[in-house]
Design a protein around this ligand. Structure first.
Ligand code: AMP
Ligand code: ZN
Length: 139
């Protein structure tokens, strides 16, 4: 179920302290130690998986349920009007802890946080080429 050298498994076990905000049989949620905004929370499955591709469906469903419960509470507590759910997979995408986790980041007007710089396709044909490539990869 858990890995002895995994930081988040150790947090779930209580070996490493955390500011826990929610826990049930499947899910553990705690404040990120270096938040993008105050109240930034990590929601993690109790069963170890390295990334979302390894997450089993039971835990996935429970994580979504927990996000739906926790995010409104974070918004209320922090006076936020919205939130982002961010989930990084693999180092190139910014994953630094290799135990699946979902970031909930509360958002306020003009909070100065940007997520990505849009780079529109040059033409509809180029966009369709990309869609076709992905559809082929799904076969
Ligand atoms: P990611 O970059 O998506 O893998 O996110 C890992 C997150 O874990 C980062 O936002 C870190 O700030 C956070 N983090 C690392 N160590 C701890 C810790 N001991 N307690 C709480 N959050 C942590
Ligand atoms: Zn783990």
């Amino acid at each position: 179920m858990q890995e002895k050298d995994c930081l988040f498994c150790r947090i779930i076990n209580g070996e490493i302290p955390s500011a826990k905000i929610y826990e049930d049989d499947y899910v553990y949620a705690f404040l990120d130690i270096a938040p993008g905004q105050q109240g930034h929370t990590l929601v993690v499955p109790k069963k170890h998986s390295a990334n979302i591709l390894e997450l089993d469906n039971d835990h996935g469903a429970k994580i979504l349920e927990a996000i739906q419960k926790i995010a409104p509470a974070i918004m209320n507590a922090m006076g936020a009007e919205g939130f982002n759910v961010i989930q990084n997979n693999n180092e190139v995408a910014g994953q630094t802890v290799f135990h699946t986790h979902f970031h909930i980041i509360p958002r306020k007007v003009n909070d100065g946080m940007g997520l990505w710089a849009p780079k529109p396709y040059e033409t509809m044909e180029k966009m369709q080429e990309v869609a076709t490539k992905i559809i082929q990869a799904l076969q």
